[in-house]
Write a protein that binds this ligand. Structure first.
Ligand SMILES: [Ca+2]
Length: 313
């Protein structure tokens, strides 16, 4: 039987519309829910300068200043810095010996604690003078660090968070972090905010908001699109700095070698559906466009780099 071309066109149109709807659904289905957990978006409130040579591994805010722990790079030792927020200017610093790769930091009373990646050794400094007071041992890798006013809370790149006594450095307890699917591995930089642990998860652009009593991820923040195309093109690394100004309720975000520090406001799907859809959809489209541009532009840039390198001039 021969199907008339008119009806064939109608059938094809219906199939294409159906496939289009399915594609859109799969593109955006995890905007407001990921692994069975609600996803929040964000809005940038203010942008501040950030040291592009700082391989950020830990970030804390206290009494008008940011404290930043940075890892070792080819040209720089790992270090601890006190930074002016508005200008990004380093006001005070302490370097680690070359053999150590600096990781997460936490402030506790008059002391600053800093982890190292694979050396099983942490450093304790006087907060005012940055004088080294002592070192301490831990058996795991060191990634992120924060505190809940009682214990230090530490991550090691797995799905575990360790609660450590800041006087004896003994483990008090341990929780395993999970979402609706299973364990959440790659927990990295941490920040304790209003009774919850914020942790960025490696790899990706997601920050987990964790209940420290049981390890349950209550919410995700999708940080996609926070860096512009030109900023991402500089060879920046991942998001890895979360700090909170409790007095003014300012949430700061930055990353390894990022040129900017962002003050952001969370946009919850439950609280403001319109703002959430507007911002998260825009950020997803911006991120996808940036990825395509970078995918196309990088080989072209590398080609010109090689031409310059081979030039006799
Ligand atoms: Ca932090």
């Amino acid at each position: 039987m021969k199907i008339p071309s008119f009806y064939l066109s109608i059938i094809l149109c219906v199939i294409f519309v159906f496939l289009g709807i399915i594609s859109i659904f799969f593109c955006f289905h995890n905007i407001w829910n990921y692994n069975g957990v609600p996803v929040s978006s964000y809005k940038v409130i203010k942008v501040y300068p950030h040291d592009i040579k700082s391989y950020t591994q830990g970030l804390v805010f206290e009494e008008d200043f940011l404290y930043e722990g940075a890892g070792r790079t080819r040209r720089r030792h790992a270090r601890l810095s006190r930074v002016e927020v508005e200008t990004g200017k380093v006001l005070q610093k302490a370097g680690l010996p070359r053999k150590y790769f600096g990781e997460g930091i936490a402030l506790f009373g008059a002391r600053i604690f800093q982890l190292t990646h694979c050396s099983n050794i942490g450093f304790v400094y006087d907060k005012k003078t940055f004088r080294l007071l002592k070192t301490f041992y831990y058996p795991t890798k060191g990634w992120g660090l924060t505190n809940d006013r009682k214990n230090l809370i530490m991550s090691d790149g797995t799905s575990s968070l360790y609660f450590i006594d800041p006087e004896t450095f003994k483990k008090v307890r341990q929780i395993d972090v999970y979402d609706g699917v299973g364990p959440v591995r790659g927990l990295n930089e941490l920040e304790y905010i209003n009774g919850r642990v914020f942790a960025n998860v490696l790899p990706g652009n997601l920050i987990a908001i964790i209940d420290p009593k049981n390890g349950k991820v209550e919410e995700w923040i999708n940080m996609s699109g926070v860096l512009s195309f030109s900023d991402r093109f500089r060879g920046v690394n991942i998001l890895n700095g979360i700090a909170f100004d409790a007095k003014k309720e300012r949430l700061f975000i930055t990353g390894k070698l990022w040129p900017k520090l962002f003050e952001i406001k969370l946009l919850s799907w439950q609280q403001d559906k319109y703002a959430y859809i507007k911002h998260s959809t825009f950020n997803h489209i911006k991120m996808a466009a940036q990825d395509i541009l970078i995918f196309v532009a990088r080989p072209i840039r590398n080609l010109f780099k090689n031409l310059c390198y081979n030039s006799p001039i």
